[in-house]
Design a protein around this ligand. Structure first.
Ligand SMILES: Nc1ncnc2c1ncn2[C@@H]1O[C@H](COP(=O)(O)OP(=O)(O)OP(=O)(O)O)[C@@H](O)[C@H]1O
Length: 814
């Protein structure tokens, strides 16, 4: 117990000690102490000065300081006399002024609460200087005790005893020079530099004075010239011949003046520029000045952003909706519940294995090894054939194996890339649904360190497959109707909603079918982007799609400008820099959200708008990856006139759901395989290299509705994200052709097209025997007039006037 008490006590005393050490004067205390020191310094100054005059008279009072009746002559009376006697007479002589000065400076610093770092060096160097000065005074005036003080006298005496007269001079001189070099950096270079600059300055002043003198001389000569001219004028009146000679002379001299004057001026300018050159020339040897300036600027800039970050923290784009809650997992349904995930049917596995082995045996292909991996929809049988078996032989047996297994959708991968085995994918009899809930909840998705993570589904080994849309960077999705495209799109959008704050990503949704994406209307003010003045954020009208695509191109261009200005390569670096407050919003910088453009039915668009859609899409696909605009286009018609070469070249990431023919599969994936899928979200994914078979995550419409309701019920931005305005052409024609500018063959051409009911330029070429360019121009004029419809890709334009009578009426009205 006793021990415990003592130990407690010691802890307490320790604590007290720590407290004492940590004492920091309050603001008031510091100001008061500063004021006190300042006045003390001032008092010493007065006392010392007064002591210089009265020190002899006050000598007696020093011994009777305690006696009240005794008065001193010092302005600070006995205190002044006493303290001055101590510091000056007994101490450092007149060098003691340094103490008064140092006390005042310290008081000043404390009073104004200036950073006290400099004070230390003031005191250090001040005291050294004081010692040196009193020694020097002791050296030169040893008999004047008041000048050197006893300390100075003794120090000098000490030095003289050991070093003698010359040695003392040398030591004192060395100390003085060392002080100048260390304290004021007075090296020979700097001194040389100083003298040169001064000389140049003196020269400049001298030249200036000379110029002034010259100007005076010029003025005088000017006067003289005027006089001479006046005289010449007078002489002219008298005698013309004589006058002529004189005039010549005068003129000659005037010409010399005029010539010399500008020369003088330029010489003056040169002389003035010369000193500047000298300084710069000399400084380039030293370089110190320029380097210092550059460093200061940089430090300032860095400091500013650092200071901003220190004061306000990093910029937080989510602050406006800081209470935003991400949708919870409970909103999603576990579709596999009840079935308990993947059901492995041993009997089915065994049967399939036997069938494969037997079928291959029938064709004299021996198998060394076989391994099965059960996925959600298909099981992969990996076989290692005996040595000497040709792979193409197995590949050709695809149909026979399918027949023997009596199953559709068998896919043979020969060989499996990177494995050295041959894969046979056989559909499961009871495929299991991969619910969105399981992939969203997976650690792979939750911990995904990606910019735009998308949980697409599960692979053949039943592992969640997560891809980064930002890396794709655009996705083409195709598949026959009813095979899982819409579900796939919903899975992508849902993934992003579960990972990205409304400040970080915006969707531009194009839904010509008008039904697929309507649910997302509820999150318009959170996640959607739209054109200014657009009523609905989800775009269903084709002309609006063209406007939106062009608006995205404008957004892309302006983002590139911002990136260029910020000197970064991509949106990620840009946003990081913006968050670190290194980009000034006053210069137009802002946090850039990712923009994901989703087009649900691309075929419909390209059929009606053709190049008008294809060109901006291709432009965006080519350039928008760095600035955070990503495209996802889906189509149920994977034909070559929809997925054109230009589109394909710019969409390396592709998803194929089941298609009806091998040709379609080739159109999407550049290889077969999609025709052998089994539908219902069974898909092939490629990002430019090998194909991966995935089972797409399933998210049902009610689930999407719940998620959008959950988000939609929360506080939102005042409006959807507004895209830049695009000045589109009215009526979609973009042509504004005056009637007077119409081609002379206009009416004739109109008759040809109306008769044929076909708006084709080549028809005009043939019938009117005109060139392609002229025919094209006439067609444009007819479009402007409203006789034919807009350009429709490879199809001929629609003729809007039904017969010749109507045309006649139409032309008369115009
Ligand atoms: N990943 C999946 N898992 C299980 N079933 C799915 C999956 N995807 C789609 N299905 C089933 O297929 C049906 C059709 O899917 P979906 O509506 O996505 O097809 P689609 O390709 O969009 O068709 P359309 O082009 O006609 O709109 C769904 O109602 C669902 O029953």
């Amino acid at each position: 117990m006793a021990k415990k008490k003592t130990s407690k006590k010691s802890v307490k005393t320790k604590k007290r000690v720590v407290k004492k050490i940590n004492w920091v004067p309050s603001k008031k205390q510091q100001v008061l102490a500063g004021l006190f020191l300042f006045f003390l310094g001032l008092g010493l100054l007065l006392a010392f000065t007064s002591y210089l005059f009265h020190w002899k008279a006050d000598q007696d009072t020093i011994t009777a300081l305690a006696d009240r009746s005794v008065q001193a002559n010092n302005v600070m009376n006995k205190f002044g006399a006493g303290i001055s006697h101590f510091f000056m007479f007994k101490g450092f002589g007149i060098a003691a002024y340094q103490i008064a000065f140092l006390l005042s400076v310290t008081g000043f610093y404390w009073f104004f609460r200036k950073p006290a770092a400099k004070l230390k060096s003031y005191w250090f160097w001040g005291l050294l200087l004081m010692l040196w000065l009193c020694t020097v005074l002791g050296f030169f005036a040893p008999e004047q005790a008041i000048l050197s003080g006893i300390v100075g006298y003794e120090l000098n005496d000490y030095l003289r005893d050991y070093l003698g007269f010359a040695g003392t001079i040398l030591v004192l001189s060395f100390l003085f020079l060392a002080y100048l070099i260390i304290r004021y950096n007075l090296t020979p270079d700097v001194l040389g530099q100083y003298f040169k600059t001064t000389r140049a300055q003196v020269k400049a002043d001298f030249d200036e004075a000379k110029d002034v003198e010259q100007a005076e001389i010029d003025a005088f000569l000017e006067q003289e010239k005027a006089k001479a001219e006046a005289e010449a004028q007078a002489a002219e009146d008298n005698n013309l011949d004589k006058n002529g000679e004189e005039k010549e002379k005068t003129l000659g001299s005037s010409i010399t003046f005029e010539n010399t004057q500008p020369e003088k001026v330029s010489a003056k300018a040169d002389d003035k520029a010369e000193p500047a050159k000298i300084i710069i020339g000399n400084q380039t040897d030293d370089v110190a000045m320029e380097v210092e300036q550059a460093a200061e600027e940089e430090v300032d800039e860095g400091n500013l952003s650092n200071k901003l970050v220190k004061d306000f923290g990093e910029f937080d784009p989510t602050l406006e909706l800081k209470n935003f809650k991400f949708p919870t997992l409970e909103l999603l349904v576990d579709h596999s519940s009840g079935k308990g995930g993947i059901t492995i049917n041993q009997e089915e596995l065994e049967n399939n294995k036997n069938n494969i082995v037997n079928t291959l045996k029938n064709y004299k292909i021996e198998i060394a090894q076989i391994k099965a991996t059960v996925g959600p929809t298909v099981t992969l049988y990996e076989i290692v054939p005996e040595a000497g078996v040709r792979i193409s032989k197995i590949k050709n047996l695809e149909d026979d194996i399918a027949l023997s297994l009596s199953a559709l959708g068998i896919r043979i991968i020969a060989p499996i890339p990177g494995k050295g085995t041959i894969g046979i994918e056989v559909p499961n009899k009871n495929p299991s649904i991969v619910s969105m809930r399981s992939v969203i909840g997976s650690t792979k998705f939750q911990n995904a360190e990606m910019q735009l993570p998308i949980a697409l589904g599960k692979n053949i080994s039943n592992e969640t497959f997560v891809a980064d849309l930002a890396k794709m960077p655009h996705l083409l999705m195709a598949g026959a109707t009813g095979q899982g495209k819409s579900v796939g799109l919903n899975a992508i959008l849902t993934s992003l909603l579960y990972q990205k704050h409304p400040a970080e990503v915006k969707f531009v949704l194009v839904d010509p079918k008008k039904v697929e994406l309507t649910l997302f209307n509820k999150i318009e003010r959170h996640y959607l982007a739209k054109l200014p003045n657009a009523e609905e954020a989800i775009i269903t009208d084709n002309t609006k799609v063209i406007h939106t695509l062009n608006s995205l191109c404008i957004e892309m261009d302006s983002r590139y400008e911002l990136l260029k200005d910020a000197m970064v390569r991509n949106i990620k670096e840009y946003n990081e820099k913006f968050k670190a407050r290194k980009l000034n919003p006053e210069n137009g910088h802002k946090f850039l959200p990712y923009i994901v453009l989703v087009v649900d039915e691309f075929a419909d668009l390209i059929m009606t708008a053709g190049k008008e859609v294809e060109i901006p899409i291709a432009r965006l696909a080519q350039l928008a990856r760095a600035i955070g605009i990503h495209l996802i286009i889906a189509t149920q018609r994977p034909s070559v006139n929809v997925i054109t070469g230009m589109i394909k070249a710019n969409f390396p990431a592709r998803i194929a759901f089941r298609v009806t023919s091998k040709i379609d599969s080739r159109t999407i994936l550049d290889t077969g395989g999609a025709d052998q899928l089994i539908g219902k979200g069974d898909m092939l994914y490629t990002q430019g290299n090998n194909l991966i078979r995935l089972q797409c995550a399933f998210v049902d419409t009610p689930e999407v509705e719940k998620i959008t309701d959950f988000i939609g019920a929360q506080k939102a931005y005042p409006d959807a994200h507004i895209l830049p305005e695009y000045e589109g052409e009215e009526n979609g024609t973009g042509l504004d052709i005056d009637v007077s500018e119409r081609d002379s063959l206009f009416n004739q051409a109109a008759e040809v097209l109306v008769t044929a009911q076909q708006g084709s330029a080549s028809l005009l070429q043939r019938k009117l025997k005109i060139g392609y360019n002229r025919a094209g121009r006439i067609i444009d004029q007819m479009e402007a007039a409203g006789i034919v419809g807009p350009f429709e890709g490879s199809k001929a334009r629609q003729v809007l006037i039904t017969d010749l009578n109507a045309l006649e009426e139409f032309l008369n009205e115009a």
